[in-house]
Design a protein around this ligand. Structure first.
Ligand SMILES: CC/C=C\C/C=C\C/C=C\C/C=C\CCC(=O)SCCNC(=O)CCNC(=O)[C@H](O)C(C)(C)COP(=O)(O)OP(=O)(O)OC[C@H]1O[C@@H](n2cnc3c(N)ncnc32)[C@H](O)[C@@H]1OP(=O)(O)O
Ligand SMILES: Cc1cc2nc3c(=O)[nH]c(=O)nc-3n(C[C@H](O)[C@H](O)[C@H](O)COP(=O)(O)OP(=O)(O)OC[C@H]3O[C@@H](n4cnc5c(N)ncnc54)[C@H](O)[C@@H]3O)c2cc1C
Length: 672
């Protein structure tokens, strides 16, 4: 009888334990830094324990892996409702609730209710409307979604075709989907879950259009969830990932809603049909900005989860030979393996600091906006647009590299990496497609650059555009200088300055050659995006450097984070060396030194790699990966995962009797 079993050993895989034993710093100290202090870490642990002591959360993993789409959706509705109930029962604060969503990695069917519907009511409704609708939403007495995107238009909001026509006789809005391309298409939780939707539609009064405004529309009966007259709603179909969510379509046919169902914080329609606005015209875009900021944090979670799986697995997987006399090494010993995974590790910490800084700026600006002061809005819009695009683009790309670095096993669902990549991929598209968002940033940068050229004193993230480029000398004079974080940051800043300057001059030149502005812009779009990316890279490196500099921590923690920060910056220069050389931010000598440093830093990070991902402190259920489990028993867990596979339920699959058996019989009888 074979001794091979799928039982999971009680002890930690010795290969992983060996890594933990040799860490140069205290992992718990770093975990507290990541979560914002001892109390917050403890609270998180308490919430984790509460959630995962319920066997449902373990069973959910199986449905996710092996269930049909409909079963997965149903389990996810159950998960959402369980969490909603727990929130009420334990009177969680908003912060505690957010922590729970982070622990669950947010694949909830009803996700849009809390990610967008409630924040939109908070931002777009008047106080009176909030006391009615927001209260109902927070008590889960209504479930809603944010229905903006249409089949024909997602990006170009001015092109939205859904109409809300005011009828002063009845004091109602008449909601209509006039064409196929006007139907709402994509909103999460719309297809089957929501009974209400915040529908973004073009307001029409007496035949005149007044732009996009939010309208609260009831879609389904509160008694039996049946679709109301005039409403057609359904699921848009299976997606590459995120299939627990019922992204939906919506057609409205002369659906009448009371006047008060237009959310009127930023603009009002009086009973007799007079239109009045308050605040800037883009005030109704406020919810999108919030989610853009949150996507940066999601990108951190995605890449740090991927790095955890990749590094733990690479520490327990042994393959081939390095020293012919020795046993097979851990694949983490190979420099090429480190080169695939450590950029994701460094990026995790870079995005942690960058998203923290962006969130702080957002909260400060939001408080000002609440007081009616909108001066930071343009800066915040552009910063959040750029960082949303940068963090999503880089994290998704890096996790796919990590998936590949896990060889064949990385391709299994049980590895958790494929699902992670597919679930994270829409971050690139949602809340403003990345190219379009980079271009919003580029437009702002060009204006600021023009301001600087005309002698304006700039502040905020673009203040460096008033620098005098003639004073720049590459601050790296020797190999040792390459470890100077401020010097590396200066290199990024100058690269960004030159990239912006070049495209600004080109656009100006094209316009002076009598090219219409839109033609000149389109002729330079690729370089405009390049400038926005260079600026975003600079901001992320700067936030990382400043974040580490400001840390109050033990010397070993500071040392390891400085090493990671240096690697992050050096890796970016090496990877985009063409841009850095072209802008003359570095010369060939400096580039060679920085590339050498990048490679030697791999070896410096190597002994702490496992400890650096342990510090993220992800629960095994959150990671949902046989390869990335804390105990490192990857093979046992892979084998165990096959037990739940419905394909293994019967010894002989029904298809044998249906197809294979008759086919084999026929083949065996055949004379050929
Ligand atoms: C662990 C978890 C893992 C994975 C998770 C993965 C994925 C998450 C999944 C789901 C996420 C959940 C939900 C997604 C929900 C959605 O997607 S909702 C739909 C979002 N839609 C969009 O974002 C649309 C994007 N388009 C726009 O925002 C606008 O159309 C535009 C900004 C591109 C252009 O707007 P226009 O009105 O046409 O304006 P313009 O003429 O270009 O610019 C005019 C000026 O307005 C300024 N401006 C634009 N936007 C804003 C803003 N938000 N705030 C402030 N100012 C703004 C712009 O800068 C211009 O200023 P000027 O001074 O230059 O005139
Ligand atoms: C998983 C998922 C969930 C979603 N959830 C919601 C939701 O809850 N609610 C909701 O309302 N919407 C939702 N959306 C829709 C999402 O917001 C849109 O898909 C997104 O805003 C992009 O718009 P689009 O699909 O029209 O892309 P398009 O604009 O058609 O983009 C296609 C291509 O055209 C390019 N392009 C477009 N305009 C320009 C331009 N001006 N300059 C240069 N290039 C341009 C883009 O760069 C891109 O390469 C969701 C989408 C997904 C995938």
């Amino acid at each position: 009888m074979s001794e091979i079993t799928s039982s999971i050993p009680l002890q930690i895989n010795p290969d992983l334990q060996e890594e933990r034993d040799k860490a140069s710093f205290n992992v718990t100290e770093l975990t507290h830094i990541i979560y914002g202090g001892i109390e917050k870490t403890k609270k998180r642990k308490r919430l984790e324990k509460l959630l995962f002591s319920d066997p449902f959360f373990q069973e959910y993993q199986n449905v996710r892996a092996f269930g049909s789409r409909s079963e997965y959706y149903a389990a996810s509705v159950k998960k959402s409702t369980k969490i909603f109930k727990l929130r009420r029962q334990h009177k969680w604060t908003d912060e505690e609730y957010e922590t729970v969503l982070d622990i669950c990695h947010d694949d909830l069917a009803l996700t849009l209710h809390h990610t967008m519907f409630i924040p939109a009511l908070e931002r777009l409704a008047t106080e009176d409307q909030k006391s009615k609708w927001l209260t109902l939403a927070k008590q889960y007495k209504i479930i809603g979604t944010y229905a903006q995107t249409e089949l024909g238009h997602g990006t170009y909001l001015q092109g939205l075709e859904t109409t809300a026509t005011y009828d002063p006789q009845t004091r109602e809005f008449v909601m209509n989907t006039p064409t196929l391309s006007a139907m709402k298409w994509w909103p999460g939780s719309l297809g089957k879950s929501s009974n209400h939707a915040l529908v973004l539609a073009t307001l029409i009064i007496s035949g005149k259009k007044y732009g996009m405004h939010p309208f609260l529309v009831q879609l389904r009966s509160m008694d039996d969830h049946k679709v109301l007259p005039g409403v057609r709603v359904g699921d848009i179909g299976a997606k590459m990932g995120g299939n627990s969510v019922d992204n939906g379509y919506l057609i409205l046919d002369n659906v009448r809603i009371p006047r008060n169902n237009m959310l009127m914080k930023n603009a009002q329609v009086s009973p007799d049909g007079k239109f009045v606005t308050r605040g800037p015209s883009k005030a109704n875009y406020a919810t999108m900005m919030l989610i853009r900021v949150q996507i940066c944090t999601m990108a951190y979670q995605v890449v740090s989860s991927g790095a955890t799986i990749g590094i733990r697995y690479s520490a327990v997987r042994r393959q081939s030979k390095l020293d012919p006399q020795d046993r097979e090494p851990k694949i983490l010993e190979y420099q090429t393996q480190q080169y695939k995974i450590f950029p994701g590790l460094a990026m995790s910490y870079a995005f942690l600091f960058a998203s923290r800084s962006l969130t702080r700026k957002y909260e400060e600006a939001f408080a000002e906006i609440q007081r009616g002061d909108f001066k930071s809005l343009p800066e915040l819009h552009c910063l959040s647009s750029g960082l949303k695009s940068f963090c999503s683009e880089h994290s998704v790309r890096q996790v796919e590299i990590i998936r590949q670095s896990c060889g064949g096993h990385g391709y299994l669902n049980a590895a958790g990496l494929g699902m992670l990549v597919n679930a994270a991929a829409p971050m690139i598209t949602v809340e403003g497609e990345n190219t379009v968002m980079y271009l919003q940033l580029a437009r702002y940068i060009l204006k600021r650059f023009a301001g600087a050229m005309s002698g304006q004193q700039l502040d905020g993230s673009t203040s460096y555009l008033s620098m005098d480029p003639a004073t720049y000398v590459c601050p790296v004079m020797s190999e040792t200088d390459c470890r100077n974080l401020t010097a590396l940051c200066d290199i990024y800043r100058y690269r960004s300055y030159m990239t912006v300057c070049r495209v600004a001059r080109q656009v100006q030149h094209d316009m002076e050659s009598d090219m219409p502005q839109h033609v000149a812009i389109n002729k330079n779009l690729v370089d405009l995006v390049r400038a926005a990316k260079a600026h975003s890279y600079y901001i992320v490196v700067k936030d990382f450097v400043e974040g580490v500099d400001a840390l109050v921590a033990s010397a070993p923690v500071i040392k390891v984070l400085r090493t990671l920060c240096c690697f992050y910056a050096a890796h970016g220069i090496a990877e985009y060396s063409g841009d850095f050389l072209e802008s003359e931010a570095v010369g060939l000598h400096q580039l060679k030194w920085i590339k050498n440093l990048q490679v030697s830093l791999l070896g410096e990070i190597r002994p702490d790699a496992v400890a650096l991902v342990d510090a993220f402190d992800y629960h095994d259920i959150t990671l949902s990966s046989a390869l990335g489990c804390y105990d490192g028993n990857a093979y046992e867990r892979l084998f165990k995962s096959t037990e739940n596979d419905p394909m293994n339920k019967e010894e002989v699959h029904p298809s044998y009797y249906q197809y294979l058996k008759p086919f084999m019989e026929e083949m065996n009888k055949s004379k050929l």
